[in-house]
Design a protein around this ligand. Structure first.
Ligand SMILES: *[C@@H]1O[C@H](CO)[C@@H](O)[C@H](O)[C@H]1NC(C)=O
Ligand SMILES: *[C@@H]1O[C@H](CO)[C@@H](O)[C@H](O)[C@H]1NC(C)=O
Ligand SMILES: *[C@@H]1O[C@H](CO)[C@@H](O)[C@H](O)[C@H]1NC(C)=O
Length: 364
C-alpha cells in the first residue's frame, strides 16, 4: 500500500520537475524574471507605506527616524563602511514593536546632551529629569567628545555606553566639560545636527566659589583661601579655569558656530532650586516630552537648601530622597571686596548672555 503511494508520489514529482524544466526552458525565463522583479518592488513599496503611516501615527517620534538617518549619514561621511543591513534591522525592529507590542530594548545614541556647566547643578538636573518615564540617562559622565582617547574609540563605543531605551524614549548623557571644550561643538555636530543641547547655568561668581570648594576638599592642605586663589595683588587672576568657565557667552559663541540657538535650552540653577517643577517642565517641553513632572514630586529641604524627592517620586527614581551629601556643600564666606571684583568682572559678559538667550538670569 505505502509502496504504491510512494511510487505514485515519485511519479508526480518527476512529472512536476519535468514540466518545471519545460516551463523554465528558453525565453520564458526572460519573461518571468522581470515579472518577479516587479512583484518584489510592489511588496517593498507596500512595506514602505506601512512604515510611513506608523511614523505618522506617532508611534515613533519623528526625531527617532531623523536621528537614525543622521547616524547613517555620519557613518558614510566618516568613511566607515555604512552597514545598511544593520540599519534596516533597527528599522525593522521598530516595526516589530508596533506590530506585536513587544518590548525592544536597545542602546541608542543620545537625543539630548547636558553639556554644562561644571558646578552648575548638572547632576541634580539629570536626576530630576529621570523622574520622567521616557527619559533614560547614563549614570556616569562619558567624556566622549572632550577626551581624545575616548573619541578615538568611535561612535559605536559611545553608543555602547548608553542606557537601554525603547523607541520614543529620550536618551540623555551629561558631561559638564563639553560646554567649555573648544573641539566639542564640531564633534557633536558631526554625530548629529539635530541633537538637543541643555545647559544649566548659575551665577558665575557662585560657580567659581563652588569650584574652589570642590578642589579644596580634594587637597585641603595645599589650597590657599579663595581670596588668595583668585587674585594676584589687586587683580583678578582671570586666566584660571575656575574663572574662565564662568564666561558663558564666550563659550556659547563656539556652539553657535554649529547649532542654532533654538537647539540649546538653558536652565537656571537658581530657579531650579526654588521651583524645580517650573524649570523641569520647560525642559520637558524642549524635549517634546509629554508633561509628567509636577511640583508634588519635590519638597524643599531647609537643611540642605535644595529640593529633594517627595514620597510621590518613590519608585520613579532609584535615588529617592535627597541627592548625595556632597551635592550642595556650604560655601565659605567670601570677603566682600573679592566678591565685588568677581561680579564686576562677570557683569558685562552676563549682560551679553542675557541678550543672546533672551532671558535675564538676574545675577548680581
Ligand atoms: C520581528 O519579529 C519576527 C517575528 O516575531 C522575528 O522573526 C524577527 O526576527 C523580528 N525582527 C527583528 C528585526 O527583530
Ligand atoms: C534634609 O537633608 C538633610 C541633609 O541631607 C537630611 O539629613 C535630612 O534628613 C533631610 N530632611 C528631611 C525632612 O528630609
Ligand atoms: C525665576 O523665577 C522668577 C519667579 O518666578 C522669575 O521672575 C524669573 O524670571 C525666573 N528667572 C529666570 C532666569 O527664568
Amino acid at each position: 500500500m505505502a509502496n504504491t503511494a510512494k511510487k505514485g508520489f515519485d511519479c508526480a514529482l518527476r512529472k512536476a520537475k519535468g514540466s518545471m524544466a519545460a516551463w523554465l526552458d528558453g525565453r520564458k525565463v526572460l519573461v518571468a524574471l522581470p515579472l518577479m522583479g516587479l512583484l518584489s518592488f510592489y511588496i517593498y513599496s507596500l512595506t514602505l507605506r506601512e512604515t510611513k503611516t506608523q511614523y505618522q501615527s506617532n508611534q515613533f517620534s519623528f526625531d527617532d527616524v531623523r536621528f537614525d538617518l543622521d547616524y547613517a549619514r555620519y557613518k558614510s561621511n566618516s568613511g566607515a563602511k555604512f552597514d545598511v543591513s544593520r540599519h534596516m534591522l533597527r528599522f525593522e525592529s521598530k516595526q516589530n514593536v508596533t506590530k506585536t507590542s513587544k518590548i525592544s530594548h536597545a542602546k541608542r545614541l543620545p537625543n539630548a546632551i547636558i553639556i554644562g556647566v561644571r558646578k552648575g547643578g548638572t547632576r541634580a538636573l539629570l536626576e530630576f529629569l529621570r523622574l520622567h518615564p521616557k527619559v533614560k540617562t547614563c549614570t556616569r559622565e562619558i567624556h566622549f567628545f572632550d577626551n581624545n582617547d575616548n573619541y578615538l574609540r568611535g561612535l559605536e563605543w559611545y553608543r555602547q555606553q548608553m542606557p537601554d531605551s525603547l523607541p520614543g524614549d529620550i536618551t540623555i548623557e551629561k558631561t559638564p566639560s563639553y560646554f567649555v571644550t573648544d573641539k566639542v561643538p564640531k564633534r557633536i555636530y558631526e554625530m548629529s545636527q539635530n541633537v538637543k543641547l541643555i545647559v544649566i547655568l548659575r551665577d558665575p561668581t557662585e560657580r567659581a566659589i563652588s569650584d574652589y570648594v570642590q578642589v579644596q576638599l580634594k587637597k585641603p592642605d595645599r589650597m590657599p583661601s579663595f581670596e588668595t586663589f583668585v587674585t594676584k595683588g589687586e587683580e583678578l587672576r582671570s586666566s584660571i579655569s575656575a574663572i574662565q568657565i564662568g564666561l558663558y557667552i564666550e563659550h556659547l559663541r563656539k556652539w553657535l558656530n554649529y547649532f542654532p540657538i533654538s537647539q540649546l535650552h538653558f536652565v537656571s540653577m537658581e530657579n531650579m532650586t526654588i521651583t524645580p517643577s517650573v524649570e523641569l517642565q520647560a525642559v520637558e517641553k524642549f524635549l517634546n516630552l509629554e508633561p509628567f513632572i509636577n511640583e508634588k514630586l519635590f519638597y524643599f529641604n531647609e537643611t540642605k537648601g535644595f529640593p529633594c524627592f517627595s514620597a510621590n517620586a518613590q519608585g520613579r527614581n532609584r535615588n529617592s530622597g535627597c541627592l548625595s551629601a556632597e551635592k550642595g556643600r556650604p560655601h565659605p564666606v567670601i570677603r566682600s571686596n573679592i566678591l565685588k571684583l568677581l561680579r564686576d568682572y562677570y557683569r558685562p559678559y552676563n549682560q551679553e548672555l542675557y541678550k543672546e538667550v533672551h532671558r535675564d538670569f538676574g545675577w548680581p
